[in-house]
Design a protein. Sequence first.
Length: 364
Amino acid sequence: MLVQDFIPADIEVKTDQGSASWRAPSNIALVKYWGKYEGQIPANPSLSFTLSASHTHTTTHFKKRTEQGEIPTFDLIFEGKSRPDFHPKISTYFERILPYTPWLKDFHLEISTENSFPHSSGIASSASSMAALSLCVLEMERVLYPSMTDDAFLRKASFLARLGSGSACRSVEGPLVSWGRHEKLSGGSDLYGTAYGGSVHDVFREYRDTILLVHKGQKTVSSTAGHSLMKDHHYARQRFSQAHLNLTHLIDILKNGDLEGFAQIVESEALSLHAMMMTSIPYYLLMKPNTLAILEKIWEFRRDTGEPLCFTLDAGANVHLLYPASGEDKVLQFIKNELVAYCEKGQYICDQSGQGAKKLGSAV
Ligand code: PMV
């Protein structure tokens, strides 16, 4: 598909109002997206587990405006409170998606949104929130263009979510989603995420992700700034080719269930992501001393018990513990005994791979 394929036919909008409510999950990348080109095009392909418990629930009411405008107007309520500080990000999102949703400029939107996880937990909410909002927008578009197929709906929701936050395009479907072109992924696109169609070993079913909240404060460097530091990064080319290669290996591992290989790829990806931050100009660190202490503990645990527990990291200090459902009791005990001490206020979130976004309601 090409970008222009997402521009709908020009129609006269006869519907005056509507509403949509969607829940979209967060996701955790196994092969990381880090670095992008103009138009939110990823510099390398990525693959993620869609999560389940960590999600955003968004309800949007659409009302036809009486006056003409260039961009939709909107009110935003986040967890029951008006949050004008979120407006610039949402306005930028609307500006970016408007060429593909021209009908939107005739509407005023009342957006009400909440996360299942604490906002200041250091868990990126942009993926789940941009996916949930995009699904609401597309739900309205489906009213205006009733011939839209379910596949086209999901594809375009992911396409729009990408324009809000790159990784958000992987928060529409599940349980594994790829984004970006790769020689072994037929149908993969830089423009939207695609539910992973390769064969997946049973061990990866309902794979656990326990998120240790190490540092709940604001990040010192945003992901947007981090991506742009990849432009002139000394190791950029090697990093992008490493991601391609790691994805090739991961595709085999997902098929054969080799959990040792899985740990090696996933941990290497996490550390490579942070290595890029540490070698950017200017360089910076998002890991905290407690992050490193946890990583050492995980390696020790794996060595001592043989349990296939591994970690990954986002662009932050929190640690995602990944493990098969069969190891749950042992790992949770290990977390309680040894890792909780490194978490801010002893907090962690128990999550697992999930099936993707869910529609909770709509009306016209
Ligand atoms: O979607 P963004 O622009 O916030 O980038 C996030 C990138 C990582 O979370 C660090 C990696 C990934 O692929 O999700």
